[in-house]
Design a protein around this ligand. Structure first.
Ligand code: ATP
Length: 234
């Protein structure tokens, strides 16, 4: 870790130090990440690029507190994620993070509207307000005609858009997005990207986006390359 990230860490909305991840399932240990240091300021826009299998999804999961690292620490708004109970970690995620996964993770028994309203309901938002906000963002993302559909009744791209709406509906401090536009046609992908950028410029949401799309990556402030378990400036 460099001294700069130590001295600046008090302003970070999210930062990690000496992050390492080794998978121990199967016959061989697989060291995917070692000594990753990252420091994300409010409103900062970062793209993470790297070859398939280089550990980008693993890193995003660790940054979002969805998995815990083998070594090192992640802080979200000053709270060290490994030190929290599962429940408290879930609350920190709900309060500060929006997560767009490669797989949509929508709840199958709920409609698109209910899925998108869910993070607001977990925060204690009034049901009518939550549903109105969910309907508004689903409308913006081109799904006004699919509010009452369950995930199984949506196309792959529609499911992905509903999942993106769910990540953005709380207007989080940070969006962690794993190939958010990967399954979408060019026009829809641009619309989704524009929505993330709009949140960034309107309320200062920090964006951390894993992408293979160099055109989108180059629109971020910083492009970082994940290679041999560490991040370097691309
Ligand atoms: N749960 C797990 N158990 C064991 N190994 C894993 C697990 N999850 C990921 N890996 C391994 O970790 C490495 C990095 O995987 P990861 O999904 O983070 O890469 P990625 O850069 O996101 O790849 P892609 O661009 O193809 O999505 C891979 O070699 C993968 O096989």
């Amino acid at each position: 870790m460099n001294s700069e990230s130590v001295s600046m860490s008090h302003t970070a909305i999210l930062h990690c130090q000496q992050l390492g991840m080794t998978y121990t399932e199967g016959p061989n240990d697989v060291e995917v990440l070692r000594s990753v240091n990252l420091h994300i300021e409010p409103g900062e826009r970062i793209a993470i690029v790297g070859q398939s299998g280089s550990g980008k999804s693993t890193l995003l999961h660790l940054l979002g507190g969805l998995d815990l690292p083998t070594t090192g620490s992640v802080w979200v708004n000053g709270q060290e994620m490994s030190g929290l109970s599962d429940k408290k970690r879930g609350l920190v995620r709900n309060e500060f993070l929006g997560f767009v996964y490669q797989f949509h993770h929508l709840l199958p028994e709920f409609t698109a509207l209910e899925n998108v309203a869910m993070p607001l309901l977990i925060r204690g938002t009034d049901t009518a307000v939550a549903k109105a906000k969910a309907a508004k963002i689903l409308n913006e993302i081109g799904l006004s005609h699919r509010l009452e559909h369950r995930p199984v009744e949506l196309s792959g791209g529609e499911r992905q858009r509903a999942a993106i709406a769910r990540a953005l509906v709380t207007e989080p401090a940070i969006v962690l997005a794993d190939e958010p536009t990967g399954n979408l046609d060019e026009k829809t992908a641009q619309g989704v990207f524009d929505m993330m950028m709009e949140l960034n410029s309107r309320i200062g949401t920090a964006l951390v986006m894993v992408t293979h799309d160099t055109r989108l990556a180059n629109k971020m402030d910083t492009v970082l390359h994940l290679e041999r378990g560490t991040l370097t400036s691309a």
